[in-house]
Design a protein around this ligand. Structure first.
Ligand code: NAG
Length: 489
């Protein structure tokens, strides 16, 4: 049996100067020990082993209590005997394998793993990760300081095609009223403390796959909602519960874990049910109070949809004496826009911003380096919902002029904002009215001339550089030629 484990030993070098300041930090030696829980379902054996090896290689043995692998009734043969044999032959006695006899899904799978864990801290990882050097100490240090603190590492990007590792910008978790997770830029005020960009960042929500939490606190706080199926929504549910019931949630910029991003989610549900909707409904009914109307106004079809029995979770919320969702919005996520009767005083939309119009940082053509073409509206630039495509650059044409402003918006011809649907990330970006609330309309220019969409965490890419259609779409950032752009005067 030959198993190739892809471990890029020099990944630490690729992380930016932020990492240098992180390297200067020291951590106390009496940190709590961790149980690392990894659930997998039909994972590539090499990806799973890459995850396990990186944890073993890059975690001080005294801090690693155990690694618990939860096999969620996978079909692949090599995840059975071959995996057991490999563990027995090459890996230390710290690894436990638990095999579910039927599909439980990621949510109940994590609860099963946690029930078998005996370390003081639980660390949940996806099964296709590579932890970076010094990844665990910053997480454990924050939890040691306050056991009601839940922490997430920064999720770096590993390309599914090349396995190349690249650092992500530091962003924090948010959500939209479709109850989809999104990334937000970190407000500058959060980065201006004495520790600067290495300090923990308060995050309204977590992405879900990677986090660490005191084990007893996980149990006291009600683990997960076991009425949720397979996958989806559980990350928002636990995030709201943490904040509303007296805990805190942070992203730790000095802890970095690479994650392989794939186009297709392998963790599908057995009969292809829409578990995301079922789970979101449960969380809306338990946690959102009057704000569930925000969700139903986007999804009126769900008003009467059944969501099972939530009485235990409602009881839990009472028992833990949790605060209201209004408190959460006011105190933890004041940036969230609310419409209808619960609306806060609205931030004016772009057209009406008047004197508060955000400062223009740059103005010019959005030039695609590989094709020598420019990004423009497919139809009229004033057409709301219109697509953008590559066209021959026309230096006299105001319809090809983009403004990039301090809100990180890209505005074409002074009219509409480049917008990426947060609910259907397979859709291409479109031109929409500027809403001024970040998220789907926030873009940043980064390394390798990339144009990064903050809320979906992907880069703008030309679908087929040889095609005259010039279609663009969002894709996992990989630094390739189709993803290179420059805003030129
Ligand atoms: C819902 O669950 C609770 C306890 O989990 C139970 O007491 C109650 O009877 C259930 N309600 C319905 C309608 O099944």
């Amino acid at each position: 049996m030959v198993i190739v484990v892809f471990l890029s030993r020099y990944n630490a070098l690729t992380v930016t100067s932020l990492f240098c300041r992180c390297k200067d930090k020291s951590y106390r030696t009496d940190l709590p020990v961790a149980s690392v829980i990894i659930c997998f379902y039909n994972e590539a054996l090499s990806a799973l082993l890459r995850t396990v090896h990186s944890v073993l290689d890059r975690t001080p043995a005294r801090l690693l209590h155990e690694i618990i692998l939860v096999d969620d009734d996978s079909d692949f043969d090599d995840l059975k005997g071959e995996l057991d044999e490999y563990i027995q032959k090459y890996l230390t006695g710290k690894i436990k394998v638990i095999r579910n006899t039927k599909r439980e899904g990621l949510i109940r799978g994590r609860m099963i793993g946690a029930a078998h864990a005996t370390g003081e801290v639980l660390v949940f990882l996806d099964s296709h990760c590579e932890v970076n050097v010094l990844w665990l100490q910053p997480l454990l240090a924050a939890i040691r300081e306050d056991r009601h603190t839940v922490v997430c590492p920064v999720i770096d990007i590993i390309s599914a095609d090349t396995l190349a590792y690249s650092a992500s910008p530091v962003v924090r978790g948010g959500f939209n009223w479709g109850l989809h997770f999104r990334w937000d830029l970190v407000p500058l005020s959060e980065l201006e403390g004495p520790e600067g960009a290495t300090a923990p960042i308060k995050s309204p929500t977590m992405a879900g796959g990677l986090f660490a939490m005191n084990r007893n606190y996980f149990n006291e706080l009600g683990q997960y909602d076991s009425g949720m199926d397979i996958w989806g929504g559980e990350n928002l549910e636990i995030s709201f519960r943490i904040w509303m019931c007296g805990g805190k949630l942070f992203i730790i910029p000095c802890s970095r874990v690479g994650h392989i991003f794939r186009k297709r989610r392998p963790y599908g549900s057995p009969e292809g049910q829409d578990t995301m909707t079922h789970n979101s409904l449960r969380l809306a009914h338990v946690w959102l109070d009057e704000y569930k109307e925000q969700y139903f106004s986007l999804r009126p079809d769900l008003r009467t949809r059944s969501y099972g029995n939530i009485s235990e979770r409602v009881e839990l919320r009472k028992k833990l004496d949790c605060k209201s969702f209004k408190w959460y919005l006011d105190n933890i996520y004041p940036e969230m826009q609310v419409s209808g009767p619960n609306a806060k005083p609205q931030q004016p939309i772009f057209i009406n911003r008047g004197p508060k119009r955000p400062k223009v940082l740059q103005r010019g053509r959005l030039y695609h380096l590989q094709t020598n073409k420019c990004l423009a509206a497919q139809g009229r630039p004033s057409q709301k919902g219109g697509l953008v495509v590559l066209k021959a650059c026309d230096y006299g044409d105001p319809d090809q002029i983009w403004i990039y402003n301090e809100e990180h918006e890209l505005i074409l011809n002074n009219l509409l904002c480049l917008d990426m649907s947060e609910t259907r990330s397979s859709d291409p970006p479109r031109l929409m009215k500027c809403h001024g609330s970040g998220g789907s309309q926030q873009w940043t220019f980064g390394r390798n001339n990339r144009l990064y969409q903050v809320s979906v965490g992907q880069c703008l890419s030309v679908v087929d550089p040889l095609s005259p259609r010039g279609s663009v779409a969002m894709a996992i950032c990989d630094g390739s030629s189709p993803q290179q752009w420059r805003l030129e005067d």
